[in-house]
Design a protein around this ligand. Structure first.
Ligand code: COI
Length: 361
């Protein structure tokens, strides 16, 4: 495993953070980085001060958008320790995104060791308040100076940390989603299942429309028929049926392989809930909400955790779900998932690992 150089850093005091953390507003004192070149592979791994990057204006990232990221979290356990959750899955997804964008992969053990070491050094920044966590944001950019549309010969991999509340203010409070029929997010065979900024950049115009109409997020339909449910801006989506079933769109190539999505499916099965991953016709969803067959709808993501959907807008019709309140199945799954993440419930799937404070890996 590649050695990580630890550079001196002037520490600040996380106790000075406001009680309302929001999402991605505050960052810790340190960051991890390593460089890649086609000749030398990954090298120069270090943890040093969080600081601006110096990049050539001709770096490929600025011209081709060759950049990927991921998101995972460190959780404060009730006994004071720190849990990471399924961090290997995030490292593997990071590599799938890298491959899709023609970028080099990072050995999973090195990526996980980088996270463990960084979080171990920044342990004071893992929040103590309920539902808050330390968000871990690994990034890779093509740093080669070249106006050339091809695989980069040089890259930078870095990891930053941000103490956060759940992505949606109010934590488990229901969100309102706007179904876009004008814009699409991704098409099968495109980059929709990679965690690459272009997918998010392309979603902003529709999100602004949603926000102007009083909704928080966009629900994307498939790009070809504009009929089947893909995902919501910052999360995968699931529907709960009156007969107890839970359905979520299948991984079609156009939607993100959510680690939270996968965890929720497993936990639902543990609770005896029948689950299915399939193509979900949005017109059927509308009919099933109207008839009461669909009782709940919720989003799933690392940032969002489990976010109940209280309201939906489709072609200027406002549709309320479960009286605009979080439903019992979302609540149960939220309690189960966060119980494991924060170490309150037994980790029967071996999803968590504790970070060694002060030194990490
Ligand atoms: C995450 O949940 O980690 C994401 O990357 C989504 C982001 C909008 C917070």
């Amino acid at each position: 495993m590649a050695a990580i150089r630890i550079d001196p850093v002037t520490e600040t005091d996380p106790a000075r953070l406001p009680a309302e953390l929001g999402f991605g507003k505050y960052f810790t004192d340190r960051m991890y980085s390593q460089r890649y070149s086609a000749q030398a592979g990954w090298h120069d791994a270090s943890i040093g001060p969080y600081q601006p990057l110096v990049l050539d204006p001709a770096a490929q990232v600025f011209h081709n958008g060759q950049m990927i990221f991921d998101g995972t979290k460190a959780y404060r356990r009730a006994d004071g320790g720190i849990n990471l959750f399924r961090v290997e899955q995030n490292a593997e997804r990071f590599n799938r995104s890298a491959e899709r964008m023609g970028m080099p992969t990072v050995p999973v053990a090195d990526h996980v060791a980088a996270i463990e070491t960084l979080v171990g050094l920044e342990h004071r920044w893992v929040p103590h308040q309920p539902d808050a966590a330390l968000y871990i944001r690994p990034v890779m950019i093509a740093s080669e100076k070249a106006l050339a549309i091809r695989a980069p010969q040089e890259c930078l991999h870095y990891i930053i940390l941000s103490p956060v509340a759940p992505y949606f203010a109010g934590g488990f409070a229901p969100v309102a989603v706007y179904v876009s029929h004008e814009y699409v997010r991704a098409v099968r065979g495109g980059t929709g299942e990679a965690k690459t900024p272009g997918n998010y950049a392309g979603s902003i115009k529709a999100t602004e429309i949603a926000i102007a109409k009083g909704y928080q997020q966009v629900l994307w339909l498939d790009a070809v028929e504009r009929r089947y449910v893909d995902e919501v801006g910052a999360m995968n989506i699931a529907f709960v049926y009156q007969d107890g079933r839970l359905r979520t769109p299948a991984l079609s190539g156009a939607i993100l392989h959510g680690v939270t999505r996968n965890s929720v499916l497993t936990l639902a099965q543990d609770l005896g809930i029948e689950t299915s991953e399939e193509r979900i016709d949005f017109l059927e969803v509308l009919a099933d909400i109207a008839s009461g067959r669909i009782t709940e709808m919720f989003g799933m993501g690392t940032g969002a955790v489990i976010a109940p959907v209280g309201r939906l807008c489709y072609q200027d019709r406002d549709i309320v779900l479960n009286g605009g309140e979080p439903g019992p199945v979302a609540r149960r799954l939220y309690d189960e998932l966060t119980g494991i993440q924060f170490g309150r419930l037994p980790d029967r799937h071996g999803w968590t690992r504790q970070v060694r404070v002060g030194q990490g890996a």
